[in-house]
Structures are given as structure tokens and as C-alpha cells.
Design a protein around this ligand. Structure first.
Ligand code: C2E
Ligand code: CA
Ligand code: CA
Ligand code: CA
Length: 278
């Protein structure tokens, strides 16, 4: 079975999780891929649920191997985190996304909001804030066009540090979203302490909301929690019109998902934005 799947992402998913040697090989490939520019960033638009108005995009990392296969980020990002490679890869994503912001500003979207995922290892790194400031300054954009996404579990792992770094981030004018919200069991009091701007409801809740009453009750509670804290609530993984309407009815402000657009290359994003404003 291994030989059959060699090189495909299935091969990676079945074999890489357990075997240390295979993981090492994957990491070696990732390192080479990074050095040889086989990592790139795609963008998935985000919209206002009520009006359909486009508000920005999330930057998502892609790795295309030398053989031309795509390895899913869920598989290589954990490796990059463990090995420390995420520090340089994360900076690459950040700077690429900032360049794209610059481009969107030039195209006439002054409020375009670019969301960038950051790992705990990046957050913990003593140079993280300097890296952010340098990117903004070098590329010549404002903090308000940039949003960082940190996962809920990450925010709960090291609250002291996270609170401190959040304050520094906010000082740069950058906003922050809590990603995969609802999966990390954070308490209300915990959340209140975190100075964030947006809650991003995990795809699992969006799916469940449609399939059962219990699911929609939970989705309602998660949305209410965010609204109650005065935060903007965005749902990810919206695939159908019914889901959009349901989430809108539940009080969700914004959305992202295949219903609106798939992650796409920079030039496609520019076209997409232009179509939206026509
Ligand atoms: P995430 O941050 O939760 O990103 C959302 C994922 O949902 C993306 O998967 C996106 O392609 C997918 N998605 C969006 N809309 C839909 C939909 O309507 N239906 C379905 N089924 N899926 C949808 P992707 O790109 O494979 O990324 C997976 C994860 O990898 C991300 O989850 C994020 O945790 C991580 N990741 C991606 N890029 C980066 C990065 O630059 N840095 C870090 N630290 N993590 C990243
Ligand atoms: Ca995200
Ligand atoms: Ca997410
Ligand atoms: Ca997710």
C-alpha cells in the first residue's frame, strides 16, 4: 500500500504520523522545499454575512513537493513547529501576506483585512514583536490591515505570556482573532482577560449547527458568548446557502468558506475582489 501511495498526500497521512524516520524525511523535504521556494501562500476571502460584502482574506500556507504533490498544512505545520522551522516559515507567510496587503491598498481597498495564522512557537519567540514591526515598516503598511489568528488552545496554554504579547501586538495597531473557537473549552472569565477583537467559530460547529438541534444550540451559545463580550464573530467552513442563513439568524457577523470562495492565488484574489465591487 505504501508504494502505491508514494508521494501522494494519502501516503503522508497514513505513514507520517507514527514513524519517526518518515517524519524526519518529511521535515527534510519541508526544509528543502522552503529553501527552494516550493512554499507559497493562498488567500481565502472573508465576507460580511448579511451584505455579502468582502472584507478581507485569510492567508493559508501551501507546500507543493518536487513531485508536484500537495502536503496538507495540518501535516507539515506541526513538524515545522516541533523543529523550530516555523519561525522562519511564519515570517515568510507574514511578509508575503503584508506584500499582498500593500497590493490591495494600491488597488483601492483601504480597509482590506489580511488574517495570518501564528503558532505558539512564534508567539513565544522573543523577536516576534520586532518581526511584526519590521514587516509593517519595510513593506509600508498599517497595522489595521493586519489581523493575527491564534488558536483558542494556544491562548489557553500560556495565558500570562499570551496576554503580554497581545498587548504588544495591539500597540502596533494589529487586531487579533481567536481561531477554532469553541474547541478549547476556555472559560468566560479567561476569555474576558484576553484583549482580542474577533472570535472565529470552528468549522465543526458550523457543520453541527445544521445537522442537529443540539448542534445549533451549541452554535448559538458560542456566538452569543462572542457577541456578549463585544467581539465580532466570524464562522469558518460555510459551504452552503442554508448555513449562511442559519448563522446569520444566530447572530454571526462574518463568514468564510467554499460558499463564497476557495483559497486562491494572489492574482485570483485580486480578480475576485474586483468582481465583488462591480
Ligand atoms: P485554519 O486556520 O482553521 O484554516 C481553515 C481551513 O479550513 C483551511 O484549511 C481552509 O482551506 C479550510 N476551509 C475553508 N473553507 C472551507 C469550507 O467551506 N469547507 C471545508 N471543508 N474547509 C474549508 P488548510 O488551508 O488546509 O489549513 C489547515 C490548517 O493549517 C489551518 O486551519 C491552520 O491551522 C494551519 N495553517 C495554514 N496556514 C498556516 C500558516 O501560515 N501558519 C500556521 N501557523 N498555520 C497555518
Ligand atoms: Ca485560521
Ligand atoms: Ca480555524
Ligand atoms: Ca479549524
Amino acid at each position: 500500500a505504501k508504494a502505491q501511495h508514494r508521494g501522494s498526500s494519502q501516503y503522508f497521512s497514513s505513514a507520517m504520523g507514527t514513524d519517526a524516520r518518515e517524519r524526519f524525511k518529511l521535515l527534510k523535504g519541508l526544509r528543502a522545499g522552503f529553501e527552494e521556494n516550493r512554499l507559497f501562500v493562498v488567500y481565502q476571502p472573508q465576507v460580511e454575512l448579511e451584505s455579502g460584502r468582502s472584507i478581507g482574506a485569510e492567508a493559508l500556507l501551501r507546500w507543493r513537493t518536487e513531485e508536484g504533490n500537495f502536503v496538507p498544512p495540518d501535516q507539515f505545520i506541526p513538524l515545522a513547529e516541533k523543529s523550530g522551522l516555523i519561525i522562519s516559515i511564519g515570517e515568510f507567510v507574514l511578509r508575503t501576506a503584508c506584500h499582498q496587503v500593500k497590493r490591495m491598498l494600491e488597488l483601492g481597498y483601504p480597509d482590506f483585512r489580511m488574517c495570518v495564522n501564528v503558532s505558539l512557537a512564534q508567539f513565544r519567540h522573543p523577536d516576534f514583536i520586532a518581526t511584526l514591526q519590521r514587516a509593517l515598516r519595510d513593506i509600508g503598511i498599517n497595522g489595521h490591515n493586519l489581523e493575527l489568528e491564534i488558536t483558542e488552545s494556544m491562548a489557553m496554554e500560556d495565558t500570562e505570556l499570551v496576554m503580554h504579547v497581545l498587548a504588544e501586538i495591539k500597540r502596533c495597531g494589529i487586531t487579533v482573532a481567536i481561531d477554532d473557537f469553541g474547541t478549547g473549552f476556555s472559560s468566560l472569565s479567561h476569555l474576558r482577560q484576553l484583549d482580542v477583537d474577533r472570535l472565529k467559530i470552528d468549522r465543526a460547529f458550523v457543520r453541527e449547527a445544521q445537522s442537529s438541534t443540539a448542534g445549533s444550540t451549541i452554535a448559538q451559545m458560542v456566538i452569543n458568548l462572542g457577541r456578549g463580550l463585544g467581539l465580532t464573530v466570524i464562522a469558518e467552513g460555510i459551504e452552503g446557502e442554508e448555513q449562511r442563513q442559519q448563522l446569520l439568524a444566530l447572530g454571526c457577523h462574518e463568514g468564510q468558506g467554499y460558499l463564497f470562495a476557495r483559497p486562491m492565488a494572489a492574482d485570483q484574489l485580486e480578480q475576485w475582489m474586483e468582481q465583488q465591487t462591480q
